[in-house]
Design a protein around this ligand. Sequence first.
Ligand code: SF4
Length: 751
Amino acid sequence: MTEISSRNVKGNSLRSPPSPGAEAPPSPAGRGEKAGRLEVRTTCPYCAVQCSFDVALQSGAAVAMRPTKDCPVAGGSVCKKGLGALELVNHAERLLTPLVRVNGKLEAASWDVALERVVGGAQAIQDKYGRDAYGVFGGGSLTDELVYLLAKFARVALKTANIDYNGRFCMSSAAAGMRAVYGMDRGLPFPLEDLGTKGCIVLWGANLAETLPPVSQFVLRARKAGAPVIVVDPRDTRTAGFATQHLPVRPGGDLALALALLHVVVSESLEHRAFLEARTTGWDAVEKSVASCTPEWAAPHCGLEPQVIRDAARAMARASQAGELVILSGRGPEQQSTGVRTVKALINLALALGGVYAPLTGQGNGQGGREHGQKADQLPGYRNIENPVHRAQVAAHWGVLETELPGKGKSAQELLEALGDSVKGLLVFGSNPVVSAPDAGALETRMDKLEQLVVIDFFLSETAARADVVLPGSMWLESEGTMTNLEGRVLRRRRAATPPGDAREDWEILCDLGSRIGRPEQFDYANLEAVFDDFAACTRGAQADYSGMNYGKLEPRGVFWPCPSADHPGTPKPFEHGFAHADRRAHLEPIAFDTAAELPDASFPLHLTTGRSADHYQSGTQTRRGVANTKTPRAVAEVHPDTAARHHLEHGSTVTLETRRGRGEFLVALSPKIRADTVFVPFHHAGVEAVNRLTNAALDPTSRMPEFKVCAVRVHDPSSAGFSSTDLSSTSLSSRTPPAITSSQSKWGKP
Ligand code: SF4
């Protein structure tokens, strides 16, 4: 058994056991006694697998945690990120008191002073510039309850149209593609354990061995049973290490590859005719549309030999006769300006072979986060904010007039690009866009033009450090809540500690703000269970219907949505007997080819692609403060040895990379496992190591997803004209910028 002990830090004495009023009745699943210690079952704060952990309490403090053996999702298999989560709850850098900016510096303040400053600032901005001049930016790691409250706060208290969230940067292309073709976005339309029985698994731009490690066990189970595992990725990742075939696609070449694979299926009559006729519409047009998409046509776009493409298509078709084929995508094919059409092309390919496509959601509540109203175009339950019936249903539930609800607002990147222009105030909650948004250097400049920036967080993130008001909130262990994992399974997360110092539970902060802005009756909840019950009732009759759930029903194994009534068991396989369109069929569409918005040229000759590493989560606000950071304290640029030789780069040296938007400094790691035309950098680091200062904010026209996965980059030559060593530091500094989080830099060993 792996058990991680927490550090005792000053402030623990302020902690107390969960108050009885907030606890659910004792149950074997939720609370119990083990070796004389009280244990509380909760879920991991990080990724969308949402593994269960048992947290041990002593004298009211959380002192240890261990994976739950009967975890309903992954059976007790976890990863090092989850195992290291407890140390951060008690971290010395936790925010203990509200902060307000006085004479350019953040100073401790009372809650009254801080909240009144937020309310006064918001009202002044909205009086002067209009309701929509104040924006809200949420996050995909917030619980379902917080997403719901944030959506309500924006629409009912602030009455602004401008609310969106960082999940727009993760899941919006997959969600838009699935909603168009399937009629519903439910992430995985089957439980993870079903992966073990699939006939063929294609992992497209999904490095799950590093980003969702417990999922690997199910893929390996299928592999052991004889299913081919095909990995599509510019890098020979750990995941590619257990594949039967690895297709090292060129960044931005995913759409061409998907079209060419389907061309082979069609031209060799490998499609599953009976399935297409019974379950889909539009196949004839799709079939015709790929006539010219030969492997020879695709090869220059995707960087793969035509024969490799043919072999892969045949392997998929062969295997799909033995068992269901599933194509699982990560952010690789999705975070592109052609993301939605690429997802649709993958769905065409999967369904042509009688299989299914699904995305692997990344953030902890990336699924629930995209269902319940923090998207600019959505209301709770996956309702459409432009649909009069949907608007009336939610308005009635919230006790406001339908005409009072604002309309569709700006998407995440468009909201961030409006800062200082049409948007003068912003509340950020559960997100760190200074690190995670594309073209982040430009964002820093725009953020400093705001008349008010408010951040709710538990650490002083890079975004919080620029704020006018910082409100110290709660971490995962310090509040009740529910998370909807990548399977669409709603899991209960229990509270095992209280926030340190004067920090408060997040839901209390939102409700206090909502009341002070003038809506006390809409934000009057006794506890989080009351919030959940209100939220679940609000989704009644909607597509993402949680109305048959309650806290008790969610234990011990969670409930899959939709769950429309108290006696409904939930829906683990929503597409088992038909898709979600009225005719129960998938609506296939022909997909036209397009390239990435920015391709390499003579000036910027390499592809830059970005992604996650095993040690860090999202913008690193948490994991850069933890044990994991001692292993990977710096952002590492993965470079092929041939490319490195051309640019005189050595393993362990520092390289300056630059794009048309900015520069960054990264540690060089030579790797023969990456394409020679591509450089990879993870996006978890800040300051001059923030790769998002280099990425392209070109948006997919439908999902408004930025093109994180491909842009043109060059290795900077410091001896060339126009560069000085101050260029890098000057882009990171502003009057609001704090000292960087310090971290020891480990020596990068030789390969
Ligand atoms: Fe499980 Fe994800 Fe947490 Fe790792 S980070 S323990 S895979 S939920």
